[in-house]
Design a protein around this ligand. Structure first.
Ligand SMILES: [Zn+2]
Ligand SMILES: [Zn+2]
Length: 255
């Protein structure tokens, strides 16, 4: 059995979407390695600069990780010092009076644009104030999930993998789409099997969700709710949105 399939089978024993779990683990590992030894690694720094940092979710995850693991913020401080050094000259250029004249703005910012070749720039965006690559951690997480989706499609031809999958919590919608598009054309039976399995799971979820709603009615308030019914609304969020680490905010960071 391949290394990937072994990890997948292990993840199918844990709660929640197995691909979400493996994706989260890969993302967390990347952030841990970043703090542990890669803050000063030139290639890692280039990735960090290319995205002007990470997306909001992963930036706060890195902040929490360093605060909790090391009780300190030196790694984050070094990384953001780098970004500040890159972004301040851009703003200083924008602050010059000629910067309000669009043709002049683009001329003057030509060198920033060539250094930060921004793809898919929206019209309202100011050149140089956005990274030219998506968050490195998001991209890594998606590549990881994609690799495991392929292992899953290959593995589902084996009876024991099918059985393990059936007793797992199944895939969330984003990963179900990923797995179905892996299987399409190449494994038509697995494609149909996955779709049928998902429809069955969602029928059960719909039943639990309806019971949850019904038992909120005053007339049925004394009927006990099963655990599955009580968490049906959370299972629905997890299915449609997938599962990620908690989002960051400043609220819980005063201490
Ligand atoms: Zn998922
Ligand atoms: Zn991200």
């Amino acid at each position: 059995m391949s290394w990937g399939l072994a990890n997948l089978k292990h993840a199918m024993r844990q709660p929640g979407c197995p691909l979400c779990r493996l994706q989260r683990e890969a993302e967390a590992r990347y952030l841990e390695n970043l703090l542990w030894e890669n803050v000063n690694d030139p290639a890692t720094r280039e990735q960090w600069a290319a995205g002007l940092g990470f997306c909001s979710r992963h930036a706060w995850q890195l902040q929490r990780l360093e605060a909790r693991r090391y009780g300190d913020g030196l790694g984050n401080a070094i990384l953001y010092e780098d970004l500040l050094q890159r972004i301040i000259p851009v703003l200083e250029t924008l602050a010059r009076p000629s910067a309000v004249d669009p043709p002049s703005l683009h001329r003057r910012l030509g060198r920033f644009l060539s250094r930060l070749p921004h793809r898919g720039r929206a019209r309202h965006e100011i050149p140089g104030l956005r990274g030219y690559q998506r968050c490195r951690v998001c991209r890594l997480g998606e590549e990881t999930a994609q690799a495991y989706a392929e292992w899953l499609i290959e593995g589902l031809v084996e009876a024991d993998v099918c059985e393990r999958y059936k007793t797992s919590d199944g895939l969330c919608l984003p990963h179900l789409r990923m797995a179905l598009s892996c299987a399409r054309g190449r494994a038509p039976q697995t494609f149909a099997w996955l779709a049928r399995d998902a429809a069955r799971r969602l029928q059960r979820l719909l039943g639990d969700l309806r019971e949850y709603i019904r038992k909120h009615d005053w007339n049925y308030r004394d009927e006990p709710m099963s655990h599955e019914e009580r968490i049906a609304w959370i299972r629905a969020v997890a299915f449609f949105a997938g599962e990620v680490e908690n989002n960051g905010s400043l609220d819980d960071r005063s201490g």
